[in-house]
Design a protein around this ligand. Structure first.
Ligand code: PHE
Length: 471
């Protein structure tokens, strides 16, 4: 079936490049920074099992849905939704889906850039040899010094945001293609080196058990000691929501990033095969990061639930002790920055593509128009770790950073993903989705349609209801 539209922004030069770009979007801070720390905070194995189930039953079908919608519309998510609403004669309210995604991406970018700034700061700390002979105490002091300095966090946040705007301003294709081809495999190789180090020097058995032995009671039972001395336990669905939200976050789903990359995908490439490759790479990166970090955590008596600073307080110990650690450490943080960079680009691209299409803007002012306000919002996240960390600056018991993270990852992305699944499964005609997936009418297509119509949306709804206590 021929394409029904073409993209004014150009196309990836091959399907392989689409996969690279999508892996670049998916693999980022979510895998290496966030996955280990939320796994640590949520008790390990059982959380990982729920996360993997969400990836398989929700992530895979919704990624296929998002790519197919993008490729069919061939425009920014906002205009793609307009076009498909017209094609399918759907209710005009569906057009808001594109806007929801743009808003979500903008909010995520605001704090993503702050954390990427930490990684940037660590490139120079590693390079200066500051990790040599590090122990639990010295790494925590070093990290604390960064958090306590709003000026330096602001400076790194600014540098990262400028880097992101610079690439998007030139067009995602130039540069990105070649860089991803070399740097992504390098990041994987370095993760493997770290896992080997953890195997040799860390408490690997305990780390792996923490990651893979599911103890469902530990994760889902929340017990309190009452005044009477009796322990009262109840089921808590919160970790379910966090695992679900993270499945969306780590795969870049639910806000149009994968949709906009799909709109640049060559018409003849297989969406199902690309999806499986992207998901496999993303999951591998997260599990490798977990396997590298937790053995070091346990061998050094660190706290798995240390929170957002976890990787910055564990990996430097490893780099400080391993032969060639200064080089490996520097390289690792360079690659982490790069992984974050390719993700940030995809966070901003849906909005920039829309400004170019609808406002006739050139890419440079369009990138500025989105990046500058995201930078301003990011200042709130910078201050969340120092001047605004106190209770008087908290909303619902959360700092600004926690709030934006919670709202985007646990509410807006799953909501966007739910609507994408409903649109692809219920609103789009069979002919349209089958034509775009190009996998005939066999088991593959039917399984996808069943999952996207009945399984993924219900699971998202059930987890939502559960988390707000209605189920
Ligand atoms: N998937 C990216 C990561 O894991 C983050 C991201 C989320 C990127 C949503 C784009 C859209 O770091």
């Amino acid at each position: 079936m021929p394409d029904i539209r073409g993209s004014i922004h150009g196309q990836w030069s091959s399907r392989f490049v689409f996969i690279l770009a999508a892996v670049g979007s998916a693999v980022g801070l979510g895998n290496i920074w966030k996955f280990p720390y939320i796994t640590g905070e949520n008790g390990g194995g059982a959380f990982v099992v729920v996360y993997l189930i969400c990836i398989a039953l929700i992530g895979v079908p919704i990624m296929m849905a998002e790519i197919l919608i993008g490729r069919r519309g061939r425009q920014s998510p906002i205009n793609t939704m307009h076009a498909l609403v017209a094609d399918e004669k759907a209710h005009p309210a569906w057009r808001w889906l594109g806007w929801l995604g743009v808003l979500t991406g903008f909010l995520i970018l605001s704090y993503y850039s702050v954390i990427a700034g930490w990684a940037l700061a660590y490139v120079f700390r590693a390079g200066a040899g500051l990790f040599a002979g590090a122990n639990a105490e010295s790494v925590s002091t070093l990290f604390g010094a960064l958090l306590d300095s709003p000026e330096s966090m602001l400076a790194w946040h600014t540098i990262f945001m400028v880097m992101t705007m610079a690439v998007v301003a030139r067009g995602v294709r130039s540069g990105l293609e070649r860089a991803v081809t070399i740097l992504m495999p390098a990041l994987f190789a370095l993760l493997v080196v770290l896992v080997l180090y953890a195997l040799y020097a860390g408490d690997f058995a305990r780390g792996a058990a923490f990651l893979f032995n599911p103890d469902f009671d530990k994760v889902f039972q929340h017990c309190e000691l009452l005044e009477s001395g009796v322990e009262s336990c109840r089921f808590s669905g919160e970790p379910l929501l966090i695992a679900l939200g993270h499945a969306f976050f780590t795969l870049s789903l639910g806000m149009g990033a994968i949709m906009v990359y799909g709109s640049y995908m060559p018409g003849n490439a297989s969406i199902a095969r690309a999806t499986l490759t992207i998901v496999a790479a993303d999951t591998a990166a997260a599990l490798l990061a977990g396997l590298a970090i937790f053995p070091i955590v346990f061998a050094n008596g660190l706290e798995p639930a240390a929170g957002p600073g976890l990787i910055f307080q564990t990996l430097p110990i490893a780099f400080g002790a391993m032969p060639g650690g200064q080089v490996f450490g520097t390289l690792f943080f360079v690659l982490l920055v790069f992984a974050a960079w390719t993700s940030a680009i995809s966070l901003i691209e849906p909005a920039v593509a829309w400004l170019v299409e609808n406002r006739g803007m050139a890419r440079v002012p369009a990138a500025l128009a989105v990046g500058a306000p995201a930078w301003v919002l990011g200042v709130g996240s910078v201050l969340s770790f120092n001047l605004w960390s106190g209770e008087s600056f908290q909303f619902f018991g959360k700092t600004w950073f926690d709030l934006v993270d919670y709202l985007t990852a646990n509410i807006l992305l799953p909501l966007g993903g739910l609507l994408i699944a409903l649109f692809a499964g219920w609103v789009m005609s069979r002919a349209a989705s089958r034509g775009e997936l190009r996998m005939g009418d066999g088991v593959g297509y039917r399984t996808w349609r069943f999952l996207v119509r009945y399984v993924s949306p219900w699971l998202v709804v059930i987890v939502f209801l559960n988390a707000i206590g209605l189920l």
